[in-house]
Design a protein around this ligand. Structure first.
Ligand code: GLC
Ligand code: CA
Length: 594
């Protein structure tokens, strides 16, 4: 089932204290954000708590050589654009050598750059440009699985006694079938029978993504070595792909009888997960001043502190999927309400104490576009709603992650037929559900119009030239959204009222307002169906954020005896101050200092 998708990213990961660094040469000097052990509101101050992160999906960012595929030189050429937004950290989705069964999340060589993206020299140049601009860069660590074309797997599948056999998870058939009833995130069983030995290997994702066997100490050593390779080059940390899945119960029981269909929960419950992450921290992370964020598919809020409580020395933060799963049921789209969304942020506030840190994100390369999903991408509402969402993203508690193109208010793509999609998840689901007539073509496409990962993967829209200035090739690897003539970076940079300009103002505001980073969060009106009103409080500094997340105007009476204070920032022209009733237009967002 398409459901799978859900996985999408969670960033998480706790991070390692600079103070423990043994190899100062491998560290970026901390700069003005260095805090040693000072605290705010009980939280230890850390640069990665104060950072704003920008995610780049290299294939879709900028093509420098006219082959229709984004590349590293393309990213380097746009570093001023990224820096101009005011972000501190870039998260680069995988740029490693890969046959691209899952767009680089299937790695063939962990120490080589994908030929289509350039060379190691191009990578070094990119990293240098990032550092010159005083930014940092974290890489995607994809080590739950590799590509089936990785040299380890090529060896592993040759024979049962190959010295790499135990790098992966092999099992004989059980009663003539797969070893258990686990399913792949990309449709069908999670086991594939391999002709050379007649045994099955485990793949929680595509057949071309065999799961590594973390119970083999040699595999763990290999992973730690490749992490050091990139950290020694100067990378500032990792976003860790489906990291909670690395430990497996080697008896491979079937799904439990009372299982609710949430297989991520099952896959994330391996017995040695925390032993391995603590070992990784001891062996690698603790030696560098880095940021770590785990994509925590299947991890509940209750279990989150096990990964991110700083006293456990695992990760800095995780990506929790509750928000991006709000409109899904069994992988399909379902309607959602604002009170449901607000309840998630309150649960985070109550469920995580000062020892744990969180992330905030509304989109990434596995999700539809934020404005199409949480805002309103109609011509009248796209700009104000994207700004309202930017206000929310940058005032909630947790390190904010902006996905490329969201700063332009890029929208979902108007898909109408199957051959417009690239995503393996879609293609496999089509075979499993439409070809077998379980789902009609119309229903399948209608659902993808709301849920597909490919919405996020259409190329960046740079200007009004053909293909939005993404490439000079006649055709980009994935079609550019036809609305590029009205939505692109050139126009956004020239317009003081653009979504980009607003993101920039919001980021600047967040940077000079510690209450937005470390302050307590309180939802003032959990049940209101269109207003999201909350405070962020750090000592005497208190901010009220009022968002009208609907297109209808609302005369909103502030709860209790609250009076709107001094207006600090807003996305429209409302100027009221000191009032008890705020008159909000559709999608109006305001921040008051109380
Ligand atoms: C993560 C990635 C996603 C990928 C999957 C398998 O969820 O974000 O893009 O398909 O892992 O690596
Ligand atoms: Ca290219």
């Amino acid at each position: 089932m398409r459901t799978l998708f859900c996985l999408i990213l969670t960033f998480a990961v706790p991070l390692i204290l600079a103070a423990r660094a043994e190899k100062p040469t491998a560290m970026e000097p901390l700069g003005p954000n260095a805090h040693n052990d000072s605290t705010a509101n009980g939280y230890k101050k850390k640069w990665w708590k104060e950072a704003v992160v920008y995610q780049i999906y290299p294939r879709s960012f900028k093509d420098s050589n006219g082959d229709g595929i984004g590349d590293l030189k393309g990213i380097t050429s746009q570093l001023d654009y990224i820096k101009g937004l005011g972000v501190d950290v870039i998260w680069l989705s995988p740029m490693y050598d890969s046959p691209n069964a899952d767009n680089g999340y299937d790695i063939r060589d962990y120490r080589k750059i994908m030929t289509e993206f350039g060379t190691m020299a191009d990578f070094d140049e990119l990293l240098k440009g990032v550092k010159q601009r005083n930014m940092k860069m974290i890489l995607d660590l994809v080590v739950n699985h590799s590509s089936d074309e990785h040299a380890w797997f090529v060896e592993s599948r040759k024979s049962k006694d190959n010295s790499y056999r135990d790098y992966y998870i092999w099992r004989p058939a059980k009663n003539g079938r797969e070893p258990n009833n686990w399913v792949s995130y990309f449709s069908g069983p999670a086991w594939k029978k391999d002709p050379a030995t007649g045994e099955y290997y485990l793949h929680l994702f595509a057949e071309k993504q065999p799961d590594l066997n973390w119970d083999n100490p040699k595999v763990r050593r290999e992973v730690y070595d490749l992490m050091k390779f990139w950290l020694d080059k100067g990378a500032d940390g990792f976003r860790m792909d489906v990291i909670p899945f690395i430990s497996k119960d080697q008896s491979f029981p079937d799904f439990p009888r009372d299982y609710d269909g949430n297989y991520g929960r099952v896959y994330a419950s391996g017995p040695k997960l925390h032993d391995y992450i603590q070992e990784m921290n001891r062996e690698v992370l603790s030696k560098y001043d880095v940021m770590t964020v785990g994509e925590a598919a299947g991890v509940t809020l209750e279990k989150t502190p096990l990964l991110v409580d700083e006293r456990r020395n695992e990760l800095n933060m995780i990506f929790q999927f509750d928000v991006v799963h709000i409109d899904r049921s069994g992988g399909r789209w379902k309607p959602w309400t604002l009170p449901e969304l607000k309840a998630i942020y309150t649960r985070f506030e109550k469920g995580l104490d000062v020892h744990s840190w969180n992330t905030v994100f509304l989109s990434n390369h596995d999700n539809p576009r934020a404005v199409s999903r949480f805002g309103d991408d109609s011509p009248q509402s796209r700009v104000p709603s994207a700004k309202a969402l930017a206000t929310m993203l940058l005032t909630l508690k947790g390190t904010p992650f902006i996905y490329q193109g969201d700063e332009l208010g890029m929208t979902n793509y108007p898909f109408t037929q199957i051959d417009e999609f690239d995503d393996i998840q879609v293609k496999n689901a089509w075979k499993a559900e439409v070809s077998t007539k379980q789902v009609s073509i119309a229903d399948f496409i209608a659902d993808l119009r709301k849920t597909s990962r490919d919405h996020a993967r259409t190329p960046m829209q740079w200007d009004e030239s053909p293909n939005g200035g993404f490439t000079t090739a006649a055709k980009a690897w994935l079609a550019v959204n036809p609305n590029y003539k009205g939505i692109n970076a050139r126009q956004a940079l020239a317009d003081r009222n653009s979504i980009y300009a607003y993101f920039k103002r919001m980021i600047e505001f967040r940077k000079r307002t510690p209450a937005l980073v470390y302050g307590d969060y309180k939802d003032l009106d959990p049940q209101h169906s269109s207003i999201f009103a909350y405070t962020r409080t750090l000592g005497a500094d208190k901010y009220l954020i009022v968002l009208n997340l609907s297109k209808h105007p609302v005369a909103y009476t502030l709860p209790g005896s609250l009076k709107a204070g001094q207006l600090a920032l807003s996305n429209l022209d409302g100027k009221e101050e000191g009032v008890t009733v705020v008159d909000l237009k559709g999608w109006e967002a305001r921040i008051y200092e109380l």
